[in-house]
Design a protein around this ligand. Structure first.
Ligand code: SAM
Length: 301
């Protein structure tokens, strides 16, 4: 179903199910030989959501979703991407940053699985249904975070900055922000406001990591629509391509530079190579190849 300005979801429907999809990919990627990612919570979270197509993939069902060629590329993409954001937080912590914000946290368990230095606060922002579900399942599994975890249940199309401040965010402290798997699910104007608000909340030395799709995500949306046919054959009615906002959007790199950040961006194939993996040559994967891992540091204000 097409997006509307006030649509909502849980982890089994619409945009929420994409969080379950990537968590399933993280669970499977964690089982690979020489894994780039070790997420001990992803499988329990995906099973708790209970979408059959994903639990069957975790069960290793022959001929299931995990065997589809598109899924194999997706596993590597998620593994390399997860590692990129993990490394970003680890480096920010090593540089002395003790405040982290995970925008659109979904089923991301970094707050629980990374070794945060003492005194770190991790704010997780997502819609209430998503935040509450994950917190409950992780508590049931006895997950203990090394950081203070602060859940902020708010829609990122609304005034999320006010909700973050109300939750105790310290505007005077340098912050490490991530926006992973988020931007294509926001309308262009909400993406612009997102980076403006982040900038307003970021003192010099703050950092951000995100992704940039040169075509605004249109190619990935097309590819995702094709994958939806496969999901439908597994009994999951989820048209991934329709969940993306297809409006023209400003380049994340240009926008952050304009807002006073020093930006570095690395193409996907380079990220793969850095982790000893080669990105497939298949033209069907062109849209995925044309994506960049972006990091930025807030310059003097
Ligand atoms: N960042 C997580 C990860 O990589 O595992 C989740 C990514 S998932 C593809 C997209 C996430 O964005 C979902 O958890 C969804 O709830 C969140 N999201 C999308 N639009 C949102 C909005 N307007 N407000 C709050 N969360 C949103």
């Amino acid at each position: 179903m097409a997006r509307t300005d006030d649509d909502s979801w849980d982890l089994a429907t619409s945009v929420g199910a994409t969080a379950t999809l990537v968590a399933a990919a993280r669970a499977l990627a964690s089982r690979q030989g020489d894994p780039l990612v070790d997420d001990p919570f992803a499988e329990a979270l995906v099973r708790a959501v209970g979408i059959p197509a994903f639990t069957q993939a975790l069960d290793g069902a022959a001929g299931g979703l995990a065997d589809a060629p598109a899924a194999r590329v997706l596993l590597d993409v998620v593994a390399v991407r997860t590692r990129f954001f993990d490394d970003f937080f680890i480096e920010a912590a090593a540089a002395g940053i003790r405040q982290a914000v995970i925008l659109a946290s979904g089923l991301d368990a970094r707050a629980y699985r990374l070794r945060w230095p003492a005194g770190t606060t991790v704010f997780e922002i997502d819609r209430g249904e998503v935040i509450e579900f994950k917190a409950r399942v992780l508590a049931d599994h006895g997950a203990v975070a090394a950081a203070d975890v602060c859940n902020v249940a708010v829609d990122l199309r609304d005034d999320w900055a006010a909700a973050l401040r109300a939750a105790g965010f310290d505007e005077t402290a340098p912050t490490a922000w991530i926006a992973e798997g988020l931007l294509v699910y926001l309308p262009a104007h909400a993406q612009e406001r997102l980076f403006e608000a982040i900038t307003a909340l970021s003192v010099q030395g703050s950092r951000i990591a995100t992704e940039y799709h040169r075509d605004g995500g249109a190619g990935i949306a097309q590819r995702a629509s094709a994958m939806s046919e496969r999901l439908a054959s597994e009994g999951l009615d989820l048209n991934l391509g329709e969940l993306f906002y297809a409006d023209d959007r400003r380049s994340v790199v240009d926008h952050l530079e304009h807002l006073g950040w020093e930006v570095t961006s690395r193409p996907r194939a380079e990220m793969f190579a850095a982790h000893g993996r080669s990105f497939p040559d298949d033209p069907a994967d062109q849209a995925l190849r044309d994506s960049f891992s972006v990091t930025a540091i807030r310059k003097a204000i």
